[in-house]
Every structure is written in structure tokens, then in C-alpha cells.
Write a protein that binds this ligand. Sequence first.
Ligand code: NAD
Ligand code: MG
Length: 298
Amino acid sequence: MTTDQLTFQDPVHRFPDITPPKQHQSEPGLDAELIPQTDRGEDSYRGTGRLEGRRALITGADSGIGAAVAIAFAREGADVALSYLPEEEEDAQHIAGLIEDAGRTALRLPGDLADLEFCTRVVEEAASGLGGLDAVVNNAGRQIAIERLEDLEEEQWDATFDVNIRAIYRVSKAALRHLQPGSTIVNSTSIQAYNPSAHLLDYASTKAAINNFTKGLGQQLAPRGIRVNAVAPGPIWTPLQVSDGQPKDALPEFGKNTPLGRAGQPTELAPAYVFLTSTESSYVIGETLNVNGGTPSP
Ligand code: NAD
Ligand code: MG
């Protein structure tokens, strides 16, 4: 029997309890080389018309959570512009192919979101390539674990803030020229915003900033009919984790300390982004939807 995200299932056993082997990829990492492979909903996500005709820009759309969101958006009826780094072309082409299989447009826009000029250009190219823009998913992020504050260099601090929060400010600002009433912005934050790990000082700080920015901008844009929300994932198996996102020794235990007892798969995040982008969430603004396997969050 083919199951999809709407099939009645036990969440403990919906996906295998994985024990990833110790492995390393250089930043940003590829889904194509991840062991074990992730589930981005390729064979399971079923669209139900929630985003018919929408035009979405998704950053970090080549892999992991962003890729699962891109697949879901396309199957829900949206055309999708994918932002990613040039080194991720292989992953991006794979996801673009799945979007086209769903009968939707996939626009590939490689570039570095740490660059102001690119943050503006990616929005303009998405809007001109899709004939407008009414959904933005600010999902790109970098996470590099550093054990000791003495080893946390200025360059890393700046790079993490540039990609994780400054790009959200820049992309959102550029997008406002295009977003009409009814449009949405969804930001990827993290459980790290409230439960910071000792080795993720810069990363966790940006995630707290994203939550705060979301709540402030949500209030500012609500009267203009533009809704801003966030999704806070818990431990999700993606290339972020093996490209220095976690200490290598921690990989086999990844996600096992959640109440559900296993790491999440990227496709388990997609319905949260679909919900916050769809008009069905019209009264939901400045909210952070936690998708973390049961760890209590504020
Ligand atoms: P991922 O590596 O698959 O996705 C991150 C993406 O960010 C990359 O694919 C890359 O395209 C993009 N990116 C990084 N640096 C960039 C740059 N300089 N310019 C442009 N794009 C850049 O990993 P993921 O886990 O799917 O991460 C997606 C989001 O989810 C991130 O914001 C991450 O912080 C957040 N998140 C992940 C987890 C988790 O456990 N995986 C938990 C909480 C939050
Ligand atoms: Mg990637």
C-alpha cells in the first residue's frame, strides 16, 4: 500500500530510527552524498490544492527541509524559485526535476545570500521568472559547531549572522516590492532559539533573532495583508548536520533524545510550511510552529 502524509500512521514508526555513521562533508554538504539518505517526500507527499497558482521563492531549496518544502509547494500547485549555493547544483537539479514532474515551473537561482547584491537580485529574478511573487520561505542557514568560545572566530560569527538573519532582513525587504495582500513569509528558525547547545553559540543566537524578527515584522505587515510566521524544527536529518553542524561523535545518536525517540525527516516539516503559506492560516501571524518530535518549547 502506498502511504502519504495523510495516511493514519504511528509517528514513532512512520520513519526508521536511524543511527547515522560518522561522516563528514565540506560546507554546505549535499543530500546526494548523505548516509543514510533522507526522505524529502519524493514518494509520499500528496498535494491537495492548498497553494494553487502561488509563486514562491524558497532559499536553501536544494536539500533538506527546503527541498521537502519545494516538493510539497509544487504538488500543492505552486511555481517555485529555488535559491541555493553554486556548489549545490546537483541537489538543486534533482529537486527542480521533481517540481517539473508535478507540472510546475522550477527556476534555479544559485548564489551566495551572504552578499547584499545577491539577496536583492534573487528576489528580482524570482519575481520576473515566475511572473510575480506571493510567498517567500527564508530557509537557508549555516551551522558550524565550535566547542570553545576562544575558537569561535570573527569570520564565523559574521558569516553565520549574514546568512541566517541578515539575509532574511534583506530578502524580506526586497520582496516587499512584489508581495500583494494575501502573500506570506515563513522563516526557518530552530529549537536552538530557546534550548541552545553549548557548541552552537552563534547559530543559536541567530535563531532566537529570527523568532523575534518574525514576531515584530508579523505585526508590522499584518495591516498590509502580508503574514509572517516561522517554523522551528528539532533534530532533522539533513546535510547541515554532517558539514560540521554537529561534532562527528554526536551523529550516531542524532535525534534519539526526543520524546518520539528518533530524528525527524525533512518531509515531516513540509506541512507546517504549507499551512503557514496557505490562506487556511489567515488568522495566524507572528507564530512559531515547533516541529521537533515533542521537546517542550515556549
Ligand atoms: P541543508 O543543508 O539541507 O539546508 C541549508 C541550506 O542553506 C543549504 O542547502 C544551502 O543552500 C543554504 N545556504 C547555506 N549557506 C548559504 C549561503 N551563503 N547562501 C545561500 N544559501 C546558503 O540543511 P537543513 O537542515 O534543511 O536546513 C534548513 C534550515 O533549517 C536552516 O535554516 C537550519 O538552520 C534550519 N534548521 C535545521 C534543523 C535540523 O536539524 N536539520 C533544525 C533546526 C533548524
Ligand atoms: Mg544544500
